[in-house]
Design a protein. Structure first.
Length: 79
């Protein structure tokens, strides 16, 4: 199973940059990039709550589950 992070979708909807979001949430742009690019192993609920507050969304707008084979097919199509 894989959790997919859709922060970039919400950033586009809110017309907000990664730098602005990082500043408003109180995390570094590098840490936000790790989360945004799906390389994070965990996320604190306080960080998730801050992201939702700033982006005016629900956690489900930022995170979704996909079966592993779907994720692997998506990654292969980008290669």
């Amino acid at each position: 199973m894989a959790i997919v992070v859709d922060i970039d979708v919400m950033l586009a909807r809110r017309k907000m940059s990664v730098g602005e979001l990082a500043e408003r949430v109180g995390i570094t742009p590098a840490n936000l990039a790790v989360l945004k690019n799906g390389r994070a192993k965990a996320v604190r609920f306080s960080t998730l709550a801050a992201l939702c507050e700033v982006l005016e969304c629900q956690p489900g707008d930022l995170l979704r589950w996909e079966a592993e084979d779907t994720v692997e097919e998506s990654a292969a199509s980008w290669a």
